[in-house]
Design a protein around this ligand. Structure first.
Ligand code: 9Z3
Length: 308
């Protein structure tokens, strides 16, 4: 199923180039004995036409993935950040509420006057820049971009198979909101669908679950964390357990759409641990991802120390 999808749906133009960048990154991390986590982030688009004018999308803005990446970096991991283009990015996300130009001021009235950061933004910007520059100097973050479902799945396979060489030191943190339905390439019109043809009826196929080949074939030794998103709290834990039984990976992070920033459940086959943020925590700027990542770091360490 998964192999058929990957064969039949378009391969990103620069897949080979991206693969060699991923391999180089992982080899570098190996020389430094660092653990590596693949963080997936953001939603995927499902094109309706080959020459795409329209596509189906979803709600995800990539906040979970971008913030988790920062906390993984803080905890000493190197990160492959596989993200949707135009979704939130680590470090830059802190400025997403601002118009970039409002952060700056000119030193004089001339058009070529030098530019500086406004005093009221100095402290925040210098702290972001400090963390960002450290990560750049450490070469501990690799950004890999996708937009469509097909690009995401091809890149996921590439990143996951490349991580195989790290054995148990690799973690996969699958926070992207991946489409469940798509139009196969063979059934997609080439050109823009014409509204003059009348109302549009779409028939979408099910996207094969990539967790299956990922756990069985692509990175069988890694520590794999998937996410389960629901809107009905009554089925959240049972669906998470079903996923664990079906795919045999290590952990599911269960969250509800509306409360995802203040409540998650870490579900394994024999436990369910809540991580909850109070209103006060959130008002002090604390983020749930910090607690999630700390907990995962400790679970991953235990996983790495088990004799096989
Ligand atoms: C999640 O559940 C993430 O926590 C969110 C984060 C997408 C809710 P944001 O990007 O949101 O910060 O706005 N990700 C996985 C969602 C998903 O599609 N899971 C699939 C499922 O539930 C399984 S992989 O069936």
């Amino acid at each position: 199923m998964a192999a058929n999808f990957l064969r039949q749906n378009s391969v990103p133009d620069k897949l080979d180039e991206q693969k060699s960048v991923v391999i180089d990154f992982i080899e570098h991390q190996k020389t430094l004995d660092r653990k590596v986590v693949l963080v997936t982030s953001g939603g995927t688009t499902v094109p309706l036409e080959s020459k795409t004018v329209r596509f189906i999308d979803n709600f995800s803005v990539g906040s979970r993935g971008a913030s988790s990446t920062e906390y993984f970096l803080k905890e000493g991991y190197s990160v492959i950040f596989l993200h949707r283009n135009r979704s939130l990015k680590p470090f830059l996300r802190h400025l997403s509420g601002y118009n970039f130009l409002d952060l700056l001021q000119l030193d004089g009235d001339e058009p070529n006057s030098s530019v500086r950061v406004k005093p009221e933004h100095q402290k925040q910007l210098s702290s972001i820049l400090h963390d960002y520059e450290r990560v750049q100097a450490d070469r501990s973050l690799l950004n890999v971009e996708f937009q469509t479902l097909s690009e995401y799945l091809h890149l996921l396979q590439v990143c996951a198979t490349c991580l195989q060489s790290l054995g148990r030191s690799a973690m996969l943190y699958l926070a992207a909101a991946v489409a469940d339905f798509y139009i196969p390439k063979s059934e997609m019109p080439e050109h823009k669908i014409q509204s003059s043809d009348g109302p549009l009826q779409l028939s979408l196929q099910l996207v094969p679950k990539m967790l299956e080949p990922l756990v069985k074939e692509w990175v069988p030794q890694a520590y794999v964390v998937s996410f389960k998103l629901e809107t009905n709290k009554d089925i959240l834990v049972s669906k998470s357990l079903q996923a664990l039984e079906k795919y045999h990976h290590q952990l599911v992070i269960a969250n509800l759409l509306e409360t995802r920033k203040r409540e998650v459940k870490l579900v394994t086959v024999d436990s369910c641990v809540d991580i909850t943020m109070t209103t006060e925590d959130l008002s002090h700027g604390q983020e749930i991802e910090e607690n999630i990542v700390k907990k995962l770091k400790s679970l991953h360490s235990k996983f790495c120390s088990i004799d096989v």
